[in-house]
Design a protein around this ligand. Structure first.
Ligand code: PHE
Length: 456
């Protein structure tokens, strides 16, 4: 037992930190572009159902496993299922996912830092759209610069986690999350006044279901993204739950976190698409939507430099509060399982994760890591992302659902569910969904992916 294991100061602190984990690049970078690629409407509807039927039940289960064991993933399963139980491998998988995700996540977040600097220097001021769009290609292809930003971002992450649960993570979340909401709100209001009815076109795009645009691939992507965006399936919520006081209402907290995450994802669309439509750009721009299209548009707007600065600060804050939760999963594993101090655990693993991210940072520089490129027909960066969001998180989530639904005694889950909560009448419904609906949905998706079931 180490002294370095902490606890939240207040329930609000927990909710902000956990919402900070959930709200990240997934909401602001990824959700708008996959919505764009999948034609909006139906995709959004399916995504919302996935949050409700898969995300929320697993969120409650994860926080519950953490809170009832007061441990990080591996130790939690040992305490709840027995020292030698195979369930502990679910915890191991989570630690592995933490390493993998943070290593490339920090690379993307580093690009965002790069754009903060570009905005401050007003670099794009007199450039043509082609030149501005080309900036991202240059950055992506320049491994050294990307590596520098990756290093800086990892240092910020490690710096906060070194401060501990209250003085590091909770304090950072209390400052960064409100700032993030304010920036988001300002930019959404700005989008409301976009020309060419950009805002109304966004409403239509997001909420009008056009069946012809829906593909079965889109359905799978929506479900996979539900895990990523809510930080589920790898023990982040479990670890944060382990610092939550036993008398707090974990159901209400989990629902609040899920709602905040969903609202931010939708708001991100209402920040981006009105100006994308309003200035005659395409919604299907893909991963470059945030790093290419947005800087081009900003450069054409009055006060665009300030807008760009706000936008990329927002993106950076969102990424930072998510990155600290990934680092914390790894750190808390070593605190719980070894005699290491928080300082040692964080500095050592942070360094390893940084090194592990080096091939991702150089992914755009084909020649250097050319050999990696063909593993799955993707470069190292894409391979890591694919591995984590398509396999590790859904598989981890499935096992967590099965554990809380079938393995944990009902008396324990009921007690955890009801403590401090006036939502206890939802318990039977939650349990039913967690035992039957969630696992079947996730299993079907995984079976499609290994092509046991075939896509029509
Ligand atoms: N939820 C984060 C996002 O949307 C990513 C993340 C995944 C963070 C898993 C922690 C754990 O960007």
């Amino acid at each position: 037992m180490s002294f370095d294991r902490g606890s939240w100061n207040t329930r609000l602190g927990f909710v902000l930190a956990a919402a900070g984990s959930a709200v990240g690049l997934g909401n602001i970078w990824k959700f708008p572009y996959i919505t764009g690629e999948n034609g909006g409407g139906w995709f959004v509807l399916i995504y919302l159902s996935a949050i409700l039927l898969v995300g929320v039940p697993i969120m409650i289960a994860e926080v519950m496993i953490g809170r009832s064991s007061q441990k990080s993933p591996v130790s939690a399963f040992k305490i709840l299922a027995g020292e030698d139980s195979n369930w502990r491998f679910v915890g191991w998988m989570g630690i592995a996912a933490g390493f993998v995700i943070l290593s490339y996540y920090s690379v993307v977040a580093g690009w965002s830092l790069n754009y903060v600097l570009l905005a401050i220097m007003d670099t794009t001021h007199n450039q043509t759209p082609e030149q501005i769009g080309g900036l991202f290609g240059k950055l992506y292809a320049d491994g050294n610069i990307t590596l520098f930003w990756h290093f800086l971002f990892m240092s910020m992450t490690v710096g906060i986690v070194l401060g501990g649960v209250r003085k590091g993570i909770e304090k950072a979340s209390r400052v960064l999350m409100p700032l993030l909401f304010i920036l988001l709100l300002i930019l959404v209001v700005y989008g409301f006044f976009a020309p060419e009815q950009g805002f109304m076109r966004t409403v239509r795009f997001i909420f009008y279901p056009d069946a012809s645009k829906l593909t079965s691939r889109g359905v799978l992507e929506a479900l996979g993204h539900a895990f990523f965006t809510l930080s589920l399936g790898m023990g982040a919520m479990l670890t944060y739950g382990s610092y939550l006081d036993r008398k707090e209402d974990l159901v209400r907290s989990s629902v609040t976190i899920s709602i905040l995450d969903t609202v931010v994802a939708l708001m991100a669309c209402f920040m981006i698409f009105p100006i994308v439509f309003g200035y005659g750009f395409e919604a299907q721009a893909g991963p470059g939507l945030v790093f290419k299209t947005m800087p081009i548009i900003f450069s054409q707007l009055p006060g665009g430099m300030i807008l760009a600065l706000m936008f990329f600060l927002l993106l950076t804050f969102a990424a930072l509060t998510s990155a600290i939760s990934l680092q914390e999963v790894v750190t808390s594993f070593f605190i719980d399982e070894t005699s290491w101090s928080r300082r040692k655990a964080t500095l050592l693993t942070g360094t390893i994760i940084f090194i592990f991210g080096v091939p991702s940072a150089y992914s755009g520089q084909g020649a250097v890591f050319g050999a990696w490129a063909e593993i799955f027909g993707m470069n190292f960066f894409d391979t890591m992302d694919y591995l984590a969001s398509n396999w590790l998180l859904p598989a981890g989530g499935l096992l967590i659902a099965l554990f809380a639904g079938w393995r944990m005694p009902a008396a324990l889950t009921r007690a955890e569910f009801s403590t401090g909560s006036n939502l206890e009448h939802w318990y039977p419904i939650w349990r039913f969904i967690l035992r039957w609906v969630t696992p079947i949905l996730v299993a079907v998706v995984l079976l499609y992916k290994i092509q046991v079931l075939r896509l029509p």
